[in-house]
Design a protein around this ligand. Structure first.
Ligand SMILES: N[C@@H](CCC(=O)N[C@@H](CS)C(=O)NCC(=O)O)C(=O)O
Ligand SMILES: [Zn+2]
Ligand SMILES: [Zn+2]
Length: 187
């Protein structure tokens, strides 16, 4: 028995719609919810096992995607947002009351600058791009997950169509290395 991975995928993946126009994300507060409006669908949606991405209680993975910053707008209760770790590459803005991460932004020179990181499960709308792969799978061990159970977790991810990686997907790793190669003048 594999443990719950994430409520959005535990009962199988639901495919998104290519014509999905975006929607609103909101935090988990009962009142005065922080709201973020996205004016497009997301890209590169994936599950992430790292310790920094916000995940719902009991889930082994986060589900996280990117969206161009110009398509992202905080539309309600922005004053409740705080940066979780100012030293991180991704500045993750969390609701200081419920702890949910509403968006992650990269301010420094970086391959992914210009893309915000968001969790589509914070939306009531259906049609968001479904997860495409699993990232930072081995990082779950750092948070206490039994290394002996990793084969089962990877098999379960594969059965859902989510190829497991211990960093990002090859395409995203290539994008990061292309950026570095150019910066170093090697490309
Ligand atoms: N093993 C580390 C990996 C952390 C990590 O590198 N996370 C990736 C995926 S979200 C990243 O890009 N982090 C940049 C950041 O957190 O700013 C952990 O679990 O904390
Ligand atoms: Zn909240
Ligand atoms: Zn992560």
């Amino acid at each position: 028995m594999t443990p719950p991975l994430h409520p959005l995928i535990d009962n199988g993946l639901k495919k998104g719609r290519s014509d999905f126009p975006g929607g609103k994300l909101h935090c988990h507060c009962r009142n005065d919810r922080v709201e973020v409006s996205l004016s497009s669908n997301v890209l590169h949606n994936h599950v992430c096992g790292c310790s920094k991405c916000w995940k719902p209680k009991g889930a082994l993975f986060a589900i996280i995607a990117v969206v161009p910053v110009e398509n992202v707008k905080v539309v309600a209760n922005r004053d409740k947002l705080v940066v979780v770790d100012k030293s991180a590459v991704i500045q993750r803005y969390a609701c200081k009351h419920c702890g949910v991460h509403l968006l992650g932004r990269i301010e420094q020179d970086h391959a992914f600058k210009g893309l915000d990181f968001v969790h589509v499960e914070l939306s009531d709308e259906k049609g968001w791009q479904e997860p495409q792969f699993a990232a930072f799978v081995s990082s779950t061990i750092e948070q206490g997950f039994d290394p002996k159970e990793m084969d089962g977790v990877r098999a379960r991810l594969r059965s859902l169509g989510l190829e497991p990686y211990d960093a990002l997907s090859p395409a995203l790793m290539d994008a990061l290395s292309t950026f570095t190669g150019k910066k170093l003048g090697k490309l």
